[in-house]
Design a protein around this ligand. Structure first.
Ligand code: PEP
Length: 262
């Protein structure tokens, strides 16, 4: 039987909102979702604040019992030691992080992270009982040269090379040309690649884990286009960048069921 996947709407704040701003934002987000919760309690909502906000977010979420999950935007491949500026998966776990984003295109490009480093980070996350949100996606150039699926599939295979069957992961398909550009992929494009990624997951982690894995679409998601993505059978949510910083927009994206029928 195919596993039922709970949709995940995840907000990647990138380097925005300091710890005080994060408290105000999370409080308002939780309030705005409170009434919707009765109807929409089948959606998981996660936020990915900067590292320096995580303790504040943890305290708030646990004290007020907000039904939000959260995670870091990156993790070290190493567990501890002389790695100035790095953050261990153990530290994220001790702050109650559920997830960690790995392989975001901004890290692949601006920090020159390659397949081996990303695979080591995925392994580190799993070692510390964190669920990696593994980002894969092609540039406009890749799309023209290799078509839509080749690069994301290759990145997925490389990142999961050392992962055992049954691993608990989330995959975010984020075409680089769609990130922050205002030009999202079409729902059909997202579904085509998500379908290929799921077939690849079957080879890598087995049928049951592949069926249970949430595959998110990311790249210029807004309240006006979320419904199209959520109608696709292999798209199980969204990784949202810019719009996750706009409370009304993000709250509306989370309540995507309101738009799905329209
Ligand atoms: C992202 O950076 O992960 C992202 C999806 O950004 P945006 O929603 O702004 O395109």
């Amino acid at each position: 039987m195919v596993a039922k996947r709970v949709p995940l709407i995840a907000g990647n704040w990138k380097m925005n909102l300091d710890h005080l701003q994060s408290i105000a934002f999370v409080q308002k987000l939780a309030w705005s979702l409170k009434d919707a919760k009765h109807t929409y309690d089948t959606v998981e909502v996660a936020v990915f604040p900067p590292f320096t906000d995580l303790r504040s977010v943890q305290t708030l979420v646990s004290a007020d019992k907000y039904e939000l999950t959260f995670g870091g935007q990156d993790v070290s491949a190493f567990d501890s030691g002389a790695y100035t500026g790095e953050i261990s998966g153990a530290f994220l776990k001790s702050l109650d992080c559920t997830y960690v984003i790995i392989g975001h295109s901004e890290r692949r490009t601006l920090h020159h992270e390659g397949d081996d480093e990303i695979a080591a980070k995925v392994a580190a996350a799993i070692r510390h009982d964190l669920v990696p949100v593994l980002c894969v996606g092609e540039t406009a150039d890749d799309l023209e040269k290799h078509g839509p699926s080749a690069v994301p599939v290759a990145q997925l295979k490389a990142a999961l090379a050392g992962v055992t069957a049954g691993a608990d992961i989330v995959v975010a398909y984020e075409p680089v040309w769609a990130i922050g550009s205002g030009q999202a992929a079409t729902p059909e494009q997202a579904e085509q690649v998500a379908g290929q990624l799921r077939l690849t997951l079957v080879e890598l982690i087995g049928q049951d884990a592949a069926d249970a894995t949430r595959i998110l679409y990311g790249g210029s998601v807004k309240s006006s286009n979320i419904a199209g993505f959520m109608r696709q059978p292999n798209v199980d949510g969204a990784l949202v960048g810019g719009a996750s910083l706009d409370l009304a927009e993000f709250s509306s994206i989370v309540q995507f069921q309101k738009h799905v029928g329209t």
